[in-house]
Design a protein around this ligand. Structure first.
Ligand code: PEP
Ligand code: MN
Length: 338
């Protein structure tokens, strides 16, 4: 930790700051600049609340040098984490796609879309059975019936399933039907849910919260890792900003930032990040170019009548064209998309 003192900090104030730091167990290195004093506090304390120092008189700024997350950090685990699920590897040089409707709506719909997904060469089928909707009057998902349908459709076409788990008492049920458990943006900081999913022996995909910093996303991943589940996938799905022309603002830069800070794979979700169909292909292309380890895309063959997120769903033809483009971009950056 580095502590910058105010220009006019008095000797008494500086001594007081040093005393506090020593009492907290840090070793202090003092450096006297021309204008101000800088203190280096040595000693790894990931949970130390820097505000304890920031509030002291004479202190101008406090910076952390080490990250507050450990298991999620690249310095703890230098190589990329590759998550193997049956015939799929997430986080390898191959880019994984997760494609399907926002919600599982009925048997015919999920089977038709699973066929589109399988024909495009993609191996992971997405679809929600428990939906976190802004309005309680909107379609909430088919529940367990939906889980059965997506599992049957996935098995028919030899696909893996990813679906969202919203609450702890659904984990056992959803576990039976899915290969990857998704934690939605609204639950990114539901710490009791994160801890329970840390005890599960299937991969978890953690989506970035609607107003969460990258550090907060990594701290949430830390909860799952610290509870024992090492198979954590991160997902950038857009954040809330002042911009109104898109549903969310796609934080493309989160992809290289996370890759630098963490060894965990990063999936980009341009569907929820933009919320508008014609913006999905350009942002999907950008995400592959930026180094995403996978892309999540919502598709629908009758988006006008979709029960959720129709306006952001790609029609099968547009989706197939996009896959061809993504393959070209993957090749250009030395990756594959199979
Ligand atoms: C979803 O992927 O179905 C979803 C609800 O996404 P998010 O949690 O990112 O809003
Ligand atoms: Mn959706």
């Amino acid at each position: 930790m580095v502590i910058i003192l105010e220009k006019n900090a008095t000797e008494v104030q500086i001594k007081n700051v040093i005393k506090h730091l020593e009492d907290y167990g840090f070793e202090i290195h003092q450096s006297q600049g021309v204008e101000r004093t800088i203190l280096g506090a040595i000693g790894v304390q990931p949970n130390f609340d820097t505000r304890k120092i920031k509030i002291l008189e004479g202190v101008s700024d406090v910076y952390r040098v080490t990250s507050p997350y450990k298991l999620a950090s690249r310095s703890f685990h230098e190589d990329n984490t590759v998550i193997k699920i049956k015939n799929v590897e997430i986080g390898s040089q191959n880019i994984s796609l997760m494609v399907g409707p926002c919600s599982i709506e009925n048997e015919a719909q999920i089977f038709r879309l699973a066929e589109v997904v399988a024909k495009s060469g993609v191996k992971i089928l997405r679809g929600g059975a428990f939906k976190p909707r802004t309005s309680p009057y909107s379609f909430q998902g088919l529940g367990e019936e939906g889980l059965k349908l997506i599992r049957q459709a996935a098995d028919q076409f030899n696909l893996l399933v990813i679906t969202e788990v919203m609450q702890i008492d659904h984990i056992d049920m959803i576990y039976k039907y899915t290969d990857i458990l998704q934690i939605g943006a609204r639950n990114m900081q539901n710490y009791s849910l994160l801890k329970e999913l840390g005890k599960v022996d299937k991969a978890v995909m953690l989506k970035r919260g609607i107003a969460a910093t990258i550090e907060e996303l990594l701290m949430s991943a830390e909860y799952i890792l610290a509870s024992g589940n090492k198979n954590v996938i991160l997902c950038e799905r857009g954040i809330r900003t002042f911009e109104k022309y898109t549903r969310n603002t796609f934080d493309l830069s989160a992809i290289p930032v996370i890759h630098k800070k963490s060894h965990l794979p990063v999936i980009a979700d341009p569907s929820h990040a933009t919320g508008i169909r014609d913006q999905v292909p350009p942002m999907a292309r950008a995400a592959v170019a930026a180094g995403a380890d996978g892309i999540m895309i919502e598709i629908h063959d009758d988006p006008e009548n979709a029960l959720s997120d129709g306006p952001q769903a790609l029609l099968p033809d547009t989706y197939l064209n996009l896959i061809a483009e993504l393959k070209l971009i993957a090749t250009a950056i030395g990756r594959t998309l199979e």
